[in-house]
Design a binder for this molecule. Sequence first.
Ligand SMILES: Nc1nc2c(c(=O)[nH]1)N[C@H]1C(S)=C(S)[C@@H](COP(=O)(O)OP(=O)(O)OC[C@H]3O[C@@H](n4cnc5c(=O)[nH]c(N)nc54)[C@H](O)[C@@H]3O)O[C@H]1N2
Ligand SMILES: Nc1nc2c(c(=O)[nH]1)N[C@H]1C(S)=C(S)[C@@H](COP(=O)(O)OP(=O)(O)OC[C@H]3O[C@@H](n4cnc5c(=O)[nH]c(N)nc54)[C@H](O)[C@@H]3O)O[C@H]1N2
Ligand code: SF4
Ligand SMILES: [Mo]
Length: 919
Amino acid sequence: MTALPPMAATRTTCPYCGVGCGVLARPDGAGGLAPVQGDPDHPANRGRLCGKGRSLADTLGGAGRLTRARLHGRPVALDAALDRVAAGFAATLARKGPSGVAFYLSGQMLTEDYYAANKLAKGFLCTANVDTNSRLCMSSTVAGHVRAFGEDLVPGAYDDLDGCDLAVLVGSNAAWCHPVLFGRLMDARGSRGTRLVVIDPRRTETAAGADLHLPIRPGGDVALYQFLLVEAARRGLIAAPAAIGLADALADARADTPDLAAAADLTGLTPDSLHRFADMVLATDRTVTLFSQGVNQSGAGTDKVNAILNLDIALGRIGRPGAGPFSLTGQPNAMGGREVGGLANQLAAHLGFSDAERAMVGRFWGTDTVATGPGLKAVEMIDALEDGRIEAIWIIGTNPAVSLPDAGRFRRALARCPLVVVSDCVTGTDTQALAHILLPAAGWSEKDGTVTNSERRISRQRAVLPAPGDALPDWRLIQAVARRLGFGHAFDWRHPSEIFDEHARLSAEAARHFGRRFDIGGLAGLGRQGYDALAPVQWPVPVSRNGPQSGPRNGQLGHAGTARLTLSGDGARMVAVRHRRPDDQPDTDFPLVLNTGRLRDQWHTMTRTGRAARLAAHSPEPCLALHPADAAATGVQDGDIATVTGRRGACLLRVVIDAGQRPGEAFAPIHWSDAFAAEAAIGRIASPVTDPLSGQPELKHAAIRVERWQPDWAGILVDRSTAAPLRRGVRLPRYWTRHAVEAGRALIMAADDGRPVDADGWRSLANRLARGFGAAIDTSPPIELFDGGRGRMRIAWTGSDGRIAAVMALAPRHDDLPAVANLARLLDPAADRGPSAPPLLRLALLADHDPAGDGGGVAEPAVCACAGIGRSAILAAAGTAGDMTARLNRITETTGAGGGCGSCRGAIRELLAHDLVTA
Ligand SMILES: Nc1nc2c(c(=O)[nH]1)N[C@H]1C(S)=C(S)[C@@H](COP(=O)(O)OP(=O)(O)OC[C@H]3O[C@@H](n4cnc5c(=O)[nH]c(N)nc54)[C@H](O)[C@@H]3O)O[C@H]1N2
Ligand SMILES: Nc1nc2c(c(=O)[nH]1)N[C@H]1C(S)=C(S)[C@@H](COP(=O)(O)OP(=O)(O)OC[C@H]3O[C@@H](n4cnc5c(=O)[nH]c(N)nc54)[C@H](O)[C@@H]3O)O[C@H]1N2
Ligand code: SF4
Ligand SMILES: [Mo]
């Protein structure tokens, strides 16, 4: 590898979404990372990053990091913990056979980690009970690709987004979930006038900036694409009349949507908008269709995928520049996990379980104990844990106690399992609370390997920092257990480059024997240096194209790769599908439908993004978005807390009224767990019904009932210890939620029944909360202010250094609480001079920061996360002169808002439009 200049940053890849942005990272000299930057040379992002990527340095290290192995909660030597894991698995295998053990993996593991886990289980423990959170994420797309293309292939590339004239986003909130790609689409809009259509029941921020938003009835996507196919035939636009399966697919499409009225009925869309949509799609050759979880997470997910693919096959748009279907992958290595066979129904290298495939893989691995057939899928594992078929499970890089559907039942089932091993890099996740053994994993910035993004591009993640304590990369932990089980010879790697090399060679074998298109044989034999210098490359990279194609550039070695896959002749087939309704339908007891998904600035269960104050500002509390009509019918108002009850569980969420919801449908984010809120883990409500082909659960559709909960008091606590564990044995309030507000400071919002009657009552409530939430306060008497008439209390405690360590405000109603920023300021050394400060001064501070009626509780959220700019600053900067473009430019010039990843540009546009209307 050409040495980078001494102070140069390391090129690595963002560990969050499947866009796979390149980042530049360098140590800050104090054990952490300096703020990371986008890599201008990475083809996925060309220097851009979204707010999550930009905040990576804020999420590392410090308290809350898992640095030592634990056995039943107590720290133990790593070797001892690994001995226990191996002995436990060996005993379970002896007792129950291979089907009694299981692995639950993650699309956030690196390819090398994934390969190691899969090889151990499917090759040596003879079990295919290896599934991954990708089952909840991409499995319908995998099944749809296999039906249409015979293999899990994404034909297109990101270049198609730059070069399309129409982008259709189906069930994708890309402005929030794939922000940098959305930014590329926005650029194409500016440069070539690319139009945008968004198909989503909700008016998301992605939809807000679109030329056309189709607020489809949940589950209506198959019918919508049937209608387009029927229209294409009616207008004589079928470009591939010889396409395999056309006649059957068209017959079924006609059966579902014989005419416009039928299509309007099934999709809940107006005939007018259907017509307009058909005109746009059918008349625009360069149309890219991007799809994500609104498609996959459905009981009809695979059929939705094939309905979309059918249209592109019929119109001859597969593999053409600027056109075709494009599955947006969720996790950074969702694609890489599929390459190594991370799903229970795959073997490795895109192979299945036929005798010939098993024999070949067995020869390659040097084993005769290859699993004989598919294993249990994620949701099936819940049943198997419940009825004792699985008695040992190793969970790596995922938090299923939060993210699986019917999560309450999963937790009970896991609690019955005699051996639960969890590998993670942070402490305190909900899943860990049910584990017997915790293994400390090295995290992003500490480990080396590869990931594959949505466009089949393999990029290196590179280590920048040493792993703390006993933490090891996941493949090392897996290798250590494999050795203890007697398989050391097959897990003899010294560096991830050797695992990658084995994976590359296996893919070449699979391609040679079974004609698989997934072939990275050209990346075999790189050696450690070549691997370290590997530049981002799109598979296939077959052997014939071996050898570096370009010399070292910026210290990296380029290979040719394949931008676009052509799938001609029998390479693509149409599949006959029929419309089906989602399963968990509303009735009189559960009259509304709950849709779930993501927020812009949080990542999944918040174990990392939850530590960054600037990411919390956008949406600090777990919320439920309700249409105004449903809110009125339910008797809840904006800002109320509501009990949300489904058929399997309940949550307590803050109501947000949102006219962008379809009437009858609510939306809640997936991010909160028991570690961050009292009762907000939405997985407890989510439905475990699965797609019959892919096994992917219908996470976007559950019947619910919403009721107002009127607590007797509300409070906020600002505290200096961000990650303090919750104190056991202390009664916590029924509602609480916490997040980081500023570096090293946590904010807790709380509410409960039982209003104190006097100052003593409020004081003891405040003390109980401060201790329960682990505030680092000493025993000196707090400074307090009490307004008996209105029942409001302000109280400040000092820490062992004599400075104010925690401040709390309590009041009968949420609206009576002061602004958080005002309270937080009291912890500022500039405001509180520490032990030398006269007590009266502190009292004045407390009073000072209690301006009557400033209410609101929460600071203004950032509209632009990259620049940290809120609504008022944007409106102020916009001025009134000039047209929309002039005003947008002025905002970016003066505040920087909209100039980063660009994902907020739609929101700013809408803000300005709204501002014009109100003016
Ligand atoms: N900020 C952020 N970004 C992320 C993640 C994150 O946690 N946070 N996670 C990453 C991961 S793993 C994934 S999988 C992706 C997910 O990325 P997306 O799929 O874009 O995100 P979601 O919010 O899960 O769901 C997308 C939309 O599907 C809509 N939808 C629901 N039901 C239907 C339906 O029946 N039809 C249609 N057409 N739409 C429907 C929802 O209203 C929602 O707006 O995001 C990735 N990026
Ligand atoms: N209702 C509902 N449920 C959903 C979804 C939805 O839309 N609605 N979406 C589903 C989807 S698409 C997804 S992808 C899942 C995501 O759900 P999860 O995978 O459960 O969520 P994460 O918080 O990403 O969990 C990753 C865990 O791995 C840890 N970790 C991070 N890096 C490493 C590492 O290098 N090694 C190890 N060993 N651990 C590491 C993190 O600290 C964290 O605890 O949620 C699914 N669940
Ligand atoms: S879009 Fe954001 S979260 Fe996704 S890879 Fe890029 S920087 Fe990371
Ligand atoms: Mo995902």
